[in-house]
Design a protein around this ligand. Sequence first.
Ligand code: SAM
Length: 306
Amino acid sequence: MLSYRHAFHAGNHADVLKHFVQIQLHEYMNQKDTAYTYIDTHSGAGVYALDSGYASKNAEYETGIGPLWERKDLPKSLAAYVNLVKGLNPSGKMRYYPGSPYCADKMMREQDRLRLFELHPADSKILADNFRKVEEHAAAQGERPSGRGKRVLIERGDGFHGIKTLLPPPSRRALVLIDPPYEDKQDYRKVRDMLADSLARFPSGVFAVWYPVLQRMESRQFADKLKRLPCKEWINVTLTVTTPGPDGFGPLHSSGMFILNPPYTLEPTLREVMPYLVKVLGKDAGATFTIERGAQVTGTATARVG
Ligand code: SAM
């Protein structure tokens, strides 16, 4: 099903949670010099114009990056995310929002590799065009040599299948973002099956899954199914910005990030930042967060906060 266009939702509270966590994961991967591969199974268009077309229609960024833009009291790790977005808007006016491939490109080093899948013909073309511009700009600024060969590969194709060809990665280090639309309820099953297969191919990869928190059964059971996957540790974080209503009415109120093999640095950062996000993005008394973690080595030791 290819009706989904991420531009409608760019910069909303769910993007804030997803990209903030993504940047934390890159920061951790960057602590070692050894190269790593970033795999984006569902890349979207890469960059979104907030003041035109799709994104301006519902202005969902006003539930997310909008309220954070002028804040002077951002926790340091959240400021790293907001500053990355600001870097794409040198005029100071919030006009463009970076998707996950752009966040990755900004965070990653010369030696690292980006492997980006996008199935939608229009979005995969926009993604390729955006990356060409980003590369040309970086080369013109002297930030990187031009013609960087195979650092970034974009494939118009199905990320659920494409990932199989990439694991294990040559450097034995990988960060994978899995962010399908979930408009087709089969996506929940496909994510779980893909993770089971990927963990068998590469048990030590860091896998980050974004998902909507909805009333529908597939969504309610989703995190519990991921907890049963054979990985050493996991963290599940959710952000709810308003009291949930029935599915299908109004905008998304809640989403989660489920991270398999998370870095040890992630949980303390989440404990600091999630209450702040609830305070700034929360719309009513229903706004809240949860953090759960578990480890297979100790059975199912689960801690829940928030
Ligand atoms: N990860 C992006 C970001 O954070 O900026 C947003 C991705 S958006 C939520 C989901 C994208 O997956 C859409 O652009 C959609 O066209 C694409 N898509 C849907 N099914 C796909 C598949 N099987 N393989 C690759 N891309 C797919």
